[in-house]
Write a protein that binds this ligand. Structure first.
Ligand code: NAP
Length: 352
């Protein structure tokens, strides 16, 4: 038996802001009969994650492509690997059986043919919806948890600023920080998102960065006693403004610099004398550096979820053809919370 697989590719490298015409949908036939001795696993993709770092992989050149295998360059015409959840249809690998739920690096398509050595593991949903395993219990959650607790090393009562605060990582950083006992202010890109942060997620305060003309003065207003921790998701002017408002021994976790991804010329240029005399620590990090805290992250977050102490923000679109506009939307602030695309109904379509 054969199935037709539609999957997304880029037509050429993308060095500026992504647009729909940069992408195309390709189609191929996949046989569901494995050759004898094959160790392949054929997965029906259920949900795939849409993440800003994918754009850096699509550039003709980016240092991100050199230092992390998960961020390796994507070439035009090539299937694009992405974090996701799927269901095993056929397996030649003794580790997986038909109908197993799996999580790992599948593809931006309807099916994935996983070769031995691919990053895939069985998924125990632990009673939570599958979508949670891409967001709060997935890489966004680990990024927020490890970035906040391991990189920022918070103390109760400290003042925390998080940018892109209504996004997938940012909203979780704010929620962990509040549950830990910090004072938290977030920046985001619309008045509806500001309201969401303050009214639903329990942020102490929030502002729309697009309405501000002087970010240093804005942060001074929200943090009259200074910032102890800045969780940076955006880079550029926001990073400069946050550093200008940091307290002595402040910590900056550089998680991402999304405002710089679409514009090679945009860079943060914080005042280095501030950094020296206020002894500010700035640390870039990758979630994959912190697999040592993975089990703490899962047990703490599951406890919070079971006690209804954390709010879930998921932004789910449907269908393989929507993947390009979903990625583009991240750079235009269209998403609220974890952006993902659902490719099949978990219970019905995944059965062949
Ligand atoms: N280090 C790691 O291991 C790691 C892991 C995951 C993610 N990241 C990074 O963390 C950051 C957040 O990722 P995410 O997956 O949670 O994405 P996300 O925040 O869910 O989506 C991106 C958000 O960024 C904001 N944004 C877009 N362009 C912007 C600009 N020019 N200036 C300011 N804000 C802008 C938009 O919200 P607004 O409405 O607020 O503008 C948008 O919704 C990204 O920089 C990403 O690369 C790093």
């Amino acid at each position: 038996m054969e199935v037709s697989n539609s999957y997304v590719v880029i037509k050429a490298h993308i060095d500026g802001s992504p647009k729909e015409s940069d992408f195309e949908l390709k189609s191929e036939s996949i046989s569901l009969l494995l050759d004898s001795g094959s160790n392949d696993v054929i997965v029906k993709n259920l949900f795939v994650s849409i993440d800003p770092y994918q754009l850096n992989r699509m550039k003709s050149q980016s240092s991100s492509q050199m230092y992390c295998t998960l961020a390796a360059a994507i070439n035009p015409g090539q299937a694009i690997d992405a974090y996701g959840v799927g269901k095993v249809l056929v397996s030649g690998n003794p580790e997986f059986q038909k109908d197993d739920l799996v999580v790992g690096f599948i593809t931006w398509g309807e099916y994935s043919v996983m070769k031995p050595g691919g990053m895939l593991r069985k998924l125990d949903p632990m009673g939570f919806p599958l979508s949670h395993h891409l967001g709060i219990l997935g890489l966004s959650g680990l990024t927020a948890y490890a970035g906040f607790f391991e990189v920022c090393k918070p103390k109760k009562g400290e003042k925390v600023f998080v940018s892109a605060a209504s996004g997938s990582v940012g909203n979780l950083v704010g929620q962990y920080a509040k549950l830990f006992g910090c004072y938290v202010v977030g920046s985001t890109g619309s008045k509806e998102k500001v309201q969401l942060l303050k009214e639903n997620l329990g942020f102490d305060d929030a502002f729309n960065y697009k309405e501000q003309t002087d970010l240093k003065a804005t942060l001074k207003k929200y943090f009259p006693d200074g910032i102890d921790i800045y969780f940076d998701n955006v880079g550029a002017e926001m990073q400069e403004a946050a550093i200008a408002n940091m307290n002595v021994f402040g910590r900056v976790a550089v998680c991402g610099v999304i405002s710089e991804y679409t514009d090679r010329g945009r860079k943060a240029a914080p005042d280095m004398i501030d950094i020296i005399y206020r002894r500010i620590k700035i640390q870039g990090f990758l979630a994959s550096d912190f697999l040592n805290v993975y089990s703490d992250f899962i047990s703490t977050t599951c406890d919070y979820l079971q006690a209804s102490k954390m709010h879930i923000l998921e932004d789910i679109s449907t269908g393989v053809e929507i993947i390009p506009s979903s990625l583009i939307g991240l750079f235009r602030g269209h998403n609220v919370g974890k952006k993902m695309v659902q490719l099949a109904d978990c219970l019905i379509d995944a059965h062949i």
